[in-house]
Design a protein around this ligand. Sequence first.
Ligand code: HEC
Length: 328
Amino acid sequence: MRLIGGAAIAFVLTLTCMSVSAPAQGQRLQDGQAIFRFDTFGDEQLWTDFLKMNDALETVSPATALSVGLKVDVRALPPAVIKMLKADEIDLNDPAVTLTLLKLNAVVGVMGKVNDAGELTRVGITCALCHSTVDNSLTTGIGRRLDGWPNHDLNVGAIVGLSPALPADLKAEFAKWGPGMYDPRHHAFDGMNLTGLNSPSVPVVIPPAYGLKGVGFETYTGDGPISYWNAYVGISQMGGQGTFRDPRIGLFIRDTGSRHPEVSRAVPVSTRSASTRAARGQLQSTGGAARKARVLQRWRMRELSLRIDVHRCVEGSTERPAVPARSI
Ligand code: HEC
């Protein structure tokens, strides 16, 4: 993990017309792209320590991985491997090939560490898992990255269902999501455990993460500004380390990554004040200017959201990117 909060702030300021030199801006664009593609924010604590997805993925063939919507970045593959893929000389039913792809950092949005014995010891995810896809230039599911494009083939429910650590009823609920869908309000991870938020699950379509410059409330429920949402997702859904608090939904996570985070839920729903209950209900409403000001006032941007704000500048300031020409 890298700390580039200062760079992020400076970059946000450039959007408000303060001058930053072009090379510095270019550097920050690169930082934003790298964070979006490769930063797990320490979420291996969810995907490895808690879900044990490293054990599950060791038995998954590339063919299966592609069938649940995982994508392979062709630019991360050495020319020899590309040649063999084209010649059909790679056994896509061999789980060892999946590990090789992870070792090459070629699986979009999945960061894995493979040891010398060929075991997948750590695995985590990045924003790109859901918000990037590929142009299929080599074959279906293998091509050049399209940052910010939603992956509508990705079956998060099926993937998480492979975890040996989840109870059957939860897996059954996730299995209903289907490709391109995710429910970011069903549960939260606090650094140690999954906490239930809303049930039954109401999955939504994974949206694009570009073209949001100037958009105040981008999620369909208008929960808060982009920095709010990114911190929410990064900490409570991806399982990254950081601090998140929102009294409206009674979620307080302070996760320093020490495996002993100070975590608490707010008072139980039934004893919440009427206004807090209403605030919880606001998850259904869209935000007005006054509410936006209130949320901004309450929400002090922490390390994670500052770092992710680089991404906001990168992706948010661009128009819908053109689809690169398809070529094999
Ligand atoms: C597991 C899949 C998943 C991951 C990983 C993920 N997101 Fe999302 N993201 C979603 C879904 C689903 C929504 C739609 C939420 C809604 O509107 O209620 C969303 C919404 C968004 C939006 C608002 C887009 C819009 O137009 O509504 C932004 C911006 C965003 N995510 C950025 C990020 C960033 C930055 C990260 C990494 C820190 C990230 N997301 C990680 C699934 C994901």
